[in-house]
Design a protein. Structure first.
Length: 169
């Protein structure tokens, strides 16, 4: 009897997902969004935000940088425990801007918009250099990053951002 109940619940849940409001099923039973998403336009919006984000970084404006993140966003720099929430993310960026030169260049390689138009991911490469007179540290690095974008109130925001250094050359 219990097994029959589990099968019944799973069947109902699957049917509800397939016939959710705002979706339709094609002949194969695949659920698709009924509203058409202009993926090239959404990608361009994200590319524009990417440029504005880099401009805020160049100005070392941690308040402006934090506004690109969702309130529950994750910032996961390499060799860290990560940061969650706008204030924590802003504080981390403030610490990265303290002192001298901080130059970050990112190049998006791919931006993929979800069929529903409410999520996207961006994969790219970065180059960074720094000169922190306070700690007498200079350096440079290059690597890869992934940004997960989420639409909030019609605007794209960063839900998660992770970067990792590439192989030494």
């Amino acid at each position: 009897m219990r097994g029959l109940m589990v099968v019944l619940v799973c069947t109902l849940a699957t049917g509800a997902c397939r016939n959710a409001p705002g979706s339709r099923s094609d002949q194969r039973g695949t659920t698709t969004a009924s509203a058409s998403v202009d993926k090239p336009s959404e990608e361009q919006r994200i590319r524009s935000l990417e440029q504005r984000w880099r401009d805020a970084l160049a100005k070392k404006d941690s308040i402006a940088v934090a506004q690109f993140y969702t309130s529950d966003a994750f910032y996961l720099p390499a060799n860290s425990d990560g940061y969650q929430g706008t204030e924590s993310v802003r504080a981390r960026w403030t610490s990265e801007f303290t002192g001298g030169k901080f130059d970050l260049a990112r190049e998006p390689k791919k931006i993929e918009i979800a069929d529903a138009g409410d999520m996207a991911y961006e994969v790219g490469t970065y180059k960074v250099s720094w000169d922190m007179p306070k700690n007498r540290r200079k350096g440079h690095a290059a690597g890869n990053y992934v940004t997960v974008w989420k639409k909030q109130d019609g605007d794209w925001k960063t839900a998660a951002y992770i970067w990792n250094p590439g192989a030494e050359h």
